[in-house]
Structures are given as structure tokens and as C-alpha cells.
Ligand binder design. Structure first.
Ligand SMILES: C[S@@+](CC[C@H](N)C(=O)[O-])C[C@H]1O[C@@H](n2cnc3c(N)ncnc32)[C@H](O)[C@@H]1O
Length: 719
């Protein structure tokens, strides 16, 4: 795995914290500022991931040659490397991207605009979709409409496994893998072999060094690291070893010392009986770790603690590290217009180095280098691909859309997933692509046109209005608005701008949306009856807890296998004293540090009985009411409300549910009371007066409340 390799480069045997302190004392008082610059000059076995940040898109050593597509020594020139300038007169001149400075995601990849104005909730889950040109369009749109900022990125993972479900969904394209390999390998083999030889040599040297380092590390473990400050050190700020001397004209933390102390503290926590100082307890080490993590990686204590609760200390460290590097750039072939093999060849001819994203996907390509902006090639303009995070493929694979079905994507802008669905359906059936954010919907429409999807109807509702607007869908995708804790490398502001309120308000919205998604599905669909819920967040509140809430409120659903095989980590069945449905293990979690992909959560639900009268069935029967807000037309029949009331009643009885019982909808009052209670508790924990917090919230609400129906949530989130 890419991540593994990356971690191998970054981690080694760091000098112990005490050694570093000793070395530090020997230095003169007038030494230079030891901020980030110093960190970069740290010893090689202690290198800083942030200084490696730009390398992660670079070539990956040790790849099997047959997997790599690139323009090699055969001299495939970038003969068509200029024309981007000419198309529509809209493209900036092609930029040469040197090897050391791979394509910058911020510049090139899909932009997922966080809707500041609409609501905080538009912070993307699966950040994918709009490419450079679209983003240019969006930025223009933003000036006209509401200001927005979001960013879609790309990521990649390798998986050696093909599952039957993947075959069903992704391998339906008519690409022949071995053909592709043969042709492309023949075209590139000469250029690759020299490069790979060098890479293998470098790998072997790195492995040797790593073995030596780990031997040293083993010796180190017999020492008891002194990581906690003594009483005197606590008393005197000036002697704080994490702060550079004042003579250095800065109070920037000494990052090298911090990093070493983090590493030492983790060692202690892992082997407490052996390595802890006498009379020190675990929580002292944990709070030291929290403090150091916040200082080193610049997280708010609130969020850092959340992650330290989510992972064991060493894994949390790997997670924080992974968030400091961008994920690799990935594109999805648009099979409505081309095949991956042809696309790869075209990009190679433009001088790009590309590689299949992994065996799990027939449509993903990872871009290593490109002398032309990947968001501005003629192939891009012709809609042959879209820049899209690799994890963004997964919810669509789990949804497994079938030809001729009727599908709803509840929160679809800027359209990475919905255009993927259209491609898998080969432009048959009908897809409703909804998003509550108008400006983002323009980007969505742009992508739909560029990629040539012809079976999509765009609508602009608050998705909580489904299924009142229409229901009876074969499948529904809810790629929910979320906190974005899985995509911190793309949006580091998440490190500090998320508050406890966000983790109350967002799950509240997500729960409401998920119930609406469930109620919008036709349980009697002969092909589907499926709901997929996904987020690009790793928090339990936004994932397992949301699914658990839906299971409680809707006994007519079951968690189903995602069909993603062994790829991904099973979701939690218990977390911090809470237990979830045992089938929660069927849901999948993805982390940047395990697969070098965006953090993601995917859950597949199967609807096995009708929705309650209040929540869905009744509304589904109104499924024909396609509102005038629908912004495109189709010849497809939208009246697919197939529920037979008598039959439904029987099914409900079979499920031991009283058909007259109104188990639908959410109880706004009940939720509000719960939120207020949680807020009170959070304020008390932080030593704040809840009345002051509320006053501030009200003031903020007055400033930010909108008229689009999402104002309540927006107000909550802005505090
Ligand atoms: C994670 S993004 C969706 C990304 C999209 N699925 C894709 O693949 O390109 C979440 C989207 O939810 C939208 N959204 C937020 N609140 C919503 C609501 N109440 N109803 C519908 N859409 C909403 C945001 O505008 C944002 O576009």
C-alpha cells in the first residue's frame, strides 16, 4: 500500500526525548529559530512528514512494471500538449509540473465548495467532482451568487482483491485489462525499467536502514523515557523544553523535541508497566500526548482528543501524520465516452505518467506526473474523465446501480458520484440529482453536460423534503454533508474550526436525511430497495450513530454487505460505552493512514418493508408530484409508487410492527431537547456558562440565518 511505503519513509527510530534535550542544552543560546525550518533539517530517521508533503504524488517505488502506464524512453512526446489554450479560450496556458512538484490538488482537482452561506453542512463528504474548468466556472458563479469555497481532491488505494460485487458493478465496463497492460507496457517498458531499477535499489537501501533503526529502537525501549515535565518545569514557562529560547526571537515550539516526545509518550502508553515513570499515571501521559499533538499538528484540543479516543495512540499518530500529506491525484474514466485504456494512452501521449488505481476499479487512474494541467486537457474538456477521489467510487460501487432503474442522489453536487451512477447505468433509467445548494448545482449541471450523462434530472430541494417531493425509488444514495474529518489533508481548517456544536448539529441533519432516504425507497423494487449512506468523516457521531438511529427509527431496514470485499475496515459495533447493531461490522471505514485514501464511511441498507404512514408510504404514493423546481425534464415515467397498502400492512404485521403505529419521521422536539442537554453538558465540561454560550449562539443565528430551510442547522453550526 502506498500508505505503508510512505510511513516506512517517515518513521524510524527517533532519538529519545532525553537525548534531544541533552543535545539542546549543549547548543548556544543564540541559536537560530528552530521552528518548522529546523524540523525539516531533522535527522533522516526522524524526518518530518510536512516537509515530504509534496512528494506523495510522486512515483511510487517498487510498483510492478506491468501496472504502470507512463511515457518512457520511447520518447512519446507531448505532441498535443498545447491545445488546452485554444479551447473556448478559457484555459490557462499549460503548466509544466516538475517531478518534485507534482500536480497540486488545490489547483487541479475537483472543487467541492463548502457553502459558507448555505450552511456548514455543505462541507463535502466525498470530495470529488468539479475539475479545474468547472471550478473556474464555480468561482465566477460564486461572485454572482453566494460565496462558496470547497475543494475536491483525489486519492488512491491499491487493493489486490476483486470481489464478486465489484465485478458486478465496476467490471461491467468492456475494458480488457490484460490488453491494456500489454499495449501500454510495450509502449513504456524501456523508460520504466531504468526507473524501477533505481527505485528498487533505493527501496532495498531504505529497508536495510529500517532494520538497523529498529534494532536501535529495541535497545531504546529498555530505557524509561522521561516525557512528563517535573514540578519545577511545570512551574517555569521559561524552562519549558518544548519552547525555543526567547533569544531565538520566537516562541515557536521546538517541533523536533515535540515529535520525539510524542513518539516516546506513545511507547510508554503501549508498555506502561515497563516504561512509565514511578508515581505517574496513564492520564498524565495521555494529557501530555494531547498537548503535544495539538502543538505539533495544530489541532484544537477538542478534535485531537476525539481522534485520540477513536484510535489507539500509535494509530492516532499515523492518522495525524497522514493528514499532513495530500492524497494522490486520481481520475475516473467516463465510460460513457471512452475506455480507460484509450484514456491512459491519450494522457501518456501528453507526457503524463499514469497508473491504474488498483485492481478493484476498472475506471480509476492515478496520475503521477503531468506536464499539462490534468483539469484542462482536451480529453478533460471532452468529458473523458473527471477528477475524483478514489474513495468517492466506493459509495457508488456499494449502491450497485442497475440499468433502467430509478435512482435518487439526495446530495449530489458537484456530481462526481451521480455521473458515475449514470455511467454504470449506461445512460438508461432515470436519476434524480438533488442538492440544496443552488450555486453548487450549477457545477453539477456543468459536470453532467461535460460527461454526457443524459438520464439525470437535477433538482434543488432541501433533501429533507423527500419523499414528499417524490418517492418510490429503486435506490437512494445519501452522500451526506459532514464535518470533513476524513479530508483534513485537503482542508486543514477542519483541525481548528470544528466545535462540539458541529458534532451535534451535523449528526442531527444526517439522521433526518437518512430517514428521508429510507422513506424514499420502494421496498418492493424488484431490483433494488437499497440505500447507501456515506460521509467523508471518520467520527462515530456522523457514521455508526447515525445508522444506529435509523435502525431504531425504521425497523423496516437491515444493514447489508457493501460488496466492497475485504477492502476497508469494519465499522465499530461498540464505541465508548455505546453498543451498535452487530451488523454494523458490515459497514466500511477507510482511513488516510491505512489505505492512503480520504477518510470515508460507507453503509449499505436494504429496505425490507414499507415505510411508516407518516414517514414514507403515504408520501411515496404522492411520488408523482414532481415539483416545478425540477430543472430538467425527462420522458421517463416518474410515478413509480408501487406500494400496495394491503400488502404493506401484511408485511408490517409479519415484522411485528403495528401498521397503525406511526413510527415515521423524526421528533423535532425530542431531538432539540437532546441537543440542548448535550450542549449543557459540553459547556459544563468546558467550564462555560450555558447562558453565555446560548446568547452567543442567538447572536450568531441572527447574523447567519437564511431562508432556504436549512437556516436552523446553519445557525447551529456557525457558532
Ligand atoms: C458531500 S457533498 C456531496 C458530494 C456529491 N455527492 C458528489 O459526489 O459530488 C454534500 C452535499 O450536500 C449538500 N447539502 C447540504 N445540506 C443539504 C440538504 N439539506 N439537502 C440537500 N443537500 C444538502 C451540499 O450542498 C453538498 O453539495
Amino acid at each position: 500500500m502506498g500508505a505503508g511505503r510512505r510511513m516506512k519513509r517517515k518513521q524510524g527510530a527517533p532519538p529519545s526525548y532525553e537525548d534531544l534535550q541533552r543535545a539542546k542544552q549543549q547548543k548556544t543560546n543564540g541559536k537560530q529559530n528552530q521552528g518548522r525550518g529546523q524540523k525539516r533539517s531533522a535527522p533522516s530517521d526522524f524526518s518530518d512528514s510536512r516537509s515530504n508533503k509534496r512528494q506523495s504524488n510522486g512515483s511510487r517505488p517498487g510498483r510492478p512494471m506491468r501496472d504502470v502506464y507512463m511515457s518512457g524512453a520511447l520518447g512519446v512526446k507531448t505532441t498535443e500538449g498545447k491545445p488546452a489554450k485554444a479551447v473556448n479560450g478559457r484555459i490557462a496556458k499549460p503548466k509544466i509540473i516538475p517531478k518534485e512538484e507534482p500536480v497540486r490538488q488545490e489547483d487541479e482537482e475537483d472543487i467541492d465548495i463548502e457553502d459558507e452561506e448555505d450552511d456548514l453542512t455543505s462541507k463535502g463528504s466525498s470530495e470529488d467532482g468539479v475539475d479545474l474548468l468547472q471550478s473556474e466556472e464555480v468561482l465566477q458563479v460564486d461572485e454572482d451568487d453566494s460565496p462558496e469555497e470547497d475543494e475536491f481532491g483525489s486519492s488512491v488505494f491499491d487493493s489486490e482483491e476483486d470481489t464478486p460485487a465489484q465485478k458486478e458493478t465496476m467490471f461491467s465496463d468492456d475494458e480488457n485489462d490484460s490488453d491494456a497492460e500489454e499495449i501500454l507496457t510495450a509502449a513504456n517498458i524501456a523508460g520504466l525499467s531504468a526507473k524501477l531499477d533505481a527505485q528498487q535499489e533505493a527501496d532495498a537501501a531504505a529497508s536495510k536502514q529500517e532494520l538497523q533503526d529498529s534494532a536501535i529502537q529495541t535497545n531504546l525501549t529498555t530505557d524509561i523515557p522521561r516525557v512528563l515535565p517535573s514540578a519545577e518545569e511545570v512551574a517555569s514557562d521559561d524552562e519549558d523544553p518544548t519552547v525555543a529560547p526567547k533569544s531565538a526571537l520566537t516562541l515557536a515550539p521546538d517541533l523536533q523535541l515535540l515529535r520525539t516526545r510524542i513518539s516516546d509518550t506513545i511507547r510508554v502508553l503501549e508498555d506502561f508497566a515497563k516504561l512509565a515513570e514511578p508515581d505517574r499515571n496513564r492520564s498524565e501521559y495521555r494529557s501530555q500526548l494531547l498537548k503535544d499533538v495539538c502543538a505539533y499538528y495544530t489541532y484544537s484540543p477538542y478534535l485531537a482528543e476525539k481522534f485520540l479516543n477513536l484510535f489507539p495512540p500509535r494509530e492516532a499518530f499515523a492518522f495525524f501524520e497522514a493528514n499532513e500529506s495530500p492524497r494522490p491525484l486520481v481520475i475516473r474514466t467516463n465510460t460513457l465516452k471512452t475506455h480507460r485504456r484509450e484514456l491512459a494512452q491519450s494522457l501518456i501521449q501528453r507526457g503524463a505518467t499514469v497508473e491504474p488505481v488498483g485492481k478493484w476499479s476498472k475506471v480509476g487512474l492515478q496520475i503521477f506526473e503531468s506536464p499539462v494541467p490534468i483539469g484542462a486537457t482536451p480529453e478533460y474538456l471532452a468529458g473523458h474523465y473527471i477528477l475524483q477521489a478514489a474513495t468517492s467510487f466506493l459509495p457508488v460501487m456499494a449502491l450497485s446501480p442497475q440499468e433502467h432503474e430509478r435512482i435518487l442522489d439526495m446530495a449530489s453536487a458537484p456530481g462526481g458520484k451521480v455521473t458515475h451512477i449514470a455511467a454504470l447505468m449506461k445512460n438508461t433509467g432515470t436519476i434524480f440529482a438533488n442538492d440544496s445548494n443552488k450555486a453548487r448545482s450549477k457545477a453539477l449541471i456543468g459536470n453532467i453536460h461535460r460527461l454526457g450523462a443524459k438520464n439525470i434530472i437535477v433538482c434543488n430541494y432541501d433533501a429533507r423534503q423527500f419523499p414528499k417531493v417524490m418517492g418510490g425509488f429503486d435506490r437512494v444514495l445519501l452522500d451526506a454533508p459532514c464535518s470533513g474529518t476524513g479530508v483534513i489533508s485537503k482542508d486543514p481548517s477542519v483541525k481548528t474550526n470544528k466545535t462540539p456544536r458541529d458534532f451535534l448539529a451535523l449528526p442531527h441533519l444526517q439522521k433526518q436525511l437518512l430517514l428521508c432516504a429510507i422513506d424514499s425507497v420502494d421496498h418492493a423494487s424488484s431490483t433494488g430497495g437499497t440505500i447507501v449512506y456515506s460521509t467523508c468523516s471518520v467520527t462515530v457521531e456522523e457514521n455508526e450513530e447515525v445508522v444506529q438511529y435509523a435502525l431504531t427509527k425504521r425497523p423496516n431496514i437491515r444493514i447489508a454487505d457493501t460488496g466492497l470485499g475485504s477492502f476497508g475496515i469494519s465499522a465499530f459495533t461498540a464505541y465508548m460505552g455505546k453498543t451498535f447493531d452487530p451488523d454494523m461490522k458490515l459497514c466500511k471505514r477507510y482511513y488516510p493512514h491505512t489505505y492512503n485514501v480520504d477518510g470515508f464511511f460507507v453503509c449499505k441498507l436494504q429496505k425490507i418493508g414499507p415505510s411508516p404512514r407518516a414517514g414514507g408510504a403515504k408520501q411515496q404514493q404522492n411520488g408523482e408530484q414532481v415539483s416545478s423546481k425540477t430543472t430538467a425534464t425527462t420522458t421517463q415515467d416518474t410515478s413509480v409508487a408501487r406500494n400496495n397498502k394491503d400488502q404493506d400492512t401484511e408485511i408490517l404485521k409479519d415484522m411485528l410492527i403495528d401498521p397503525e403505529d406511526d413510527f415515521g419521521g423524526w421528533n423535532e422536539e425530542e431531538d432539540r431537547a437532546l441537543i440542548e442537554k448535550a450542549e449543557k453538558r459540553a459547556a459544563r465540561r468546558r467550564g462555560l456558562d450555558i447562558r453565555g454560550v446560548r446568547k452567543q449562539a442567538e447572536a450568531s443565528t441572527a447574523l447567519t440565518n437564511g431562508t432556504d430551510g436549512t437556516g436552523k442547522v446553519k445557525a447551529l453550526c456557525k457558532i
